[in-house]
Write a protein that binds this ligand. Structure first.
Ligand code: ADP
Ligand code: MG
Length: 462
């Protein structure tokens, strides 16, 4: 496709999206190439690329195909030669100007509220009652309880972070429910960082930043879920930062969740990071066996109200708690499937049915043992330093444990001999092969070695 043709297409896009949208979003796109069904554009910022891709890609694809250009997908590259900064600062700078252009009268004419500035819907299942507390989440739970009392703000913000499916959203909703019940006069706003961005962009587009700022600064409790989403989205981060500061200044509670510690979120501005770190930062650890079992038992109790004659054989829940990964969502999914399956076929839930019904889940969550883990366990077991297992020393007291570790790596991981060698201080694969052989022989003749290997294997597979 030629630049001219893109120019013509732009005329059509202008008609559909209107002058404002066109100037803000479409005009800055620079058409680069159309290859293998992918139309590539350069954009001034990532933020723009994301926004256009979310909001206008169907339309652009439609127009491209209509014009006989077979495009399946759009790709946006941030123009490397364009200085990114000026482009980004240019936009926020334009807003105050736009806002100040609004006379009070014009402001009043816009009577329709900003679309969807109500809070995101809360899941009725996500309450404190249904949240099972265990060692891995007790701190996060206690902190969530504290802010849900709605008393004086003691830590601001509260940041809950942890991996996928560990209960961050559940706790956030639980806080919101509790606050709504206990302090109905408080204006509690829960939303995801993504929704924050869309509302911000919508306000920009409709030139209603004053409304946006006013509304966000009038909440009493602001809860933003999955804040890592705004990383790399510069104007959104900036707006978030200002909203955040305005609320903290007014001593309003802010609650944030993220999938990792604030300091570890890539492309999050330092000033945002340090703001987040000012409050109380607590993490949800991966679940342990006891917590998983507790959650399963609670869920079974809940299912009992729907399926009163549900029968679960002894050991099934323990098996699941043992075998299924740390992610609670996966655990719940497995249980739901199990119940559905059992009630369909009208059978008791026993080990056999469980294994059949959940074969894929069980396979997927088989624990992957790493070389590092093996090296660590082995060095602990023989009471030597990790560096001695990996390092060059040839002393017997290091060489034997090293061979045991190599043997276990061969047995318990899918690493090849050269790969294993590399992780043992860059040793040759023949050295690893020799080590593995040696242990295989010793296992037959030396009871102690056989026992060591067995103990270690069990510890690693636990
Ligand atoms: P995250 O937001 O951390 O990815 P969610 O809060 O969405 O995780 O939790 C995933 C699922 O697991 C939800 O259905 C939630 O109710 C459930 N869940 C997580 N932790 C617990 C817990 N401690 N007790 C009960 N249910 C939990
Ligand atoms: Mg979540």
């Amino acid at each position: 496709m030629t630049q001219e043709k893109w120019g013509l297409l732009c005329q059509k896009l202008l008609k559909t999206v209107g002058q404002n949208n066109f100037t803000t979003w479409i005009e800055p796109l620079e058409f680069q190439a159309l290859e293998d069904g992918v139309a590539v554009f350069t954009v001034p910022t990532n933020f723009m690329g994301n926004y256009v891709s979310q909001n206008f890609s169907d339309l652009i694809l439609y127009e491209l195909n209509n014009a006989g250009e077979p495009a399946r997908r759009l790709a946006f590259r941030v123009a490397a030669n364009l200085p990114a900064r000026p482009a980004q600062t240019a936009k926020p700078a334009a807003i105050p100007a736009a806002a100040s252009e609004m006379s009070p009268r014009r402001f009043a004419e816009i009577s329709e509220p900003l679309d969807g500035l109500q809070a995101a819907p809360l899941d009725p299942r996500f309450t404190f009652d249904s949240f099972v507390v265990g060692k891995p989440n007790e701190l996060a739970h206690a902190a969530a309880r504290r802010v849900s009392e709605g008393g004086p703000v003691t830590f601001n913000p509260l940041v809950l972070y942890g991996g996928v499916g560990l209960g961050k959203t559940h706790l956030m909703h639980a806080i919101a429910w509790e606050l709504k019940a206990k302090c109905p006069e408080l204006n509690v706003l829960y939303l995801s960082a993504e929704q924050f961005m869309y509302r911000f962009v919508q306000a920009l587009r409709e030139r209603r930043m004053m409304d946006f700022k006013h509304l966000f600064r009038s909440v009493d409790v602001l809860m933003v879920d999955d804040v890592q989403f705004i990383a790399g989205k510069d104007s959104t981060q900036e707006e978030f930062f200002h909203t955040f500061n305005a609320l903290v200044d007014q001593n309003k509670q802010i609650i944030i969740s993220a999938d990792r510690a604030p300091g570890e979120i890539k492309d999050l501005e330092d000033r945002v990071k340090s703001r987040l770190q000012c409050g109380l930062v607590v993490d949800l650890h991966p679940t342990d066996y006891e917590l998983r079992l507790g959650i399963l038992q609670t869920k079974v109790q809940m299912y009992r109200t729907t399926y009163p004659d549900l029968v679960i054989a002894d050991g099934v829940l323990e098996f699941l708690a043992h075998r299924i990964s740390t992610n609670v969502r996966v655990l719940e999914g497995a249980l739901t499937r199990l119940f559905a399956f059992a009630s369909l076929v009208g059978r008791e839930i026993d080990m056999e049915l469980t294994q059949d019904c959940l074969a894929d889940v069980l396979r997927a969550s088989e624990r992957k043992i790493t070389v590092e883990e093996i090296q660590r366990k082995v060095s602990d077991y023989y009471n030597i330093r990790l560096s001695d297992i990996i390092g060059p020393k040839r002393l017997r007291s290091y060489a034997r444990p090293r061979q045991v570790a190599m043997y276990l790596c061969k047995q318990l991981t899918s690493r090849s001999l050269p790969e294993i060698g590399r992780r043992f201080g860059g040793r040759d694969h023949t050295t690893v092969m020799y080590g593995v052989k040696r242990i295989e022989e010793l296992k037959l003749t030396d009871g102690q070695i056989a026992e060591d290997v067995e103990m270690l294997r069990r510890a690693l597979e636990a």
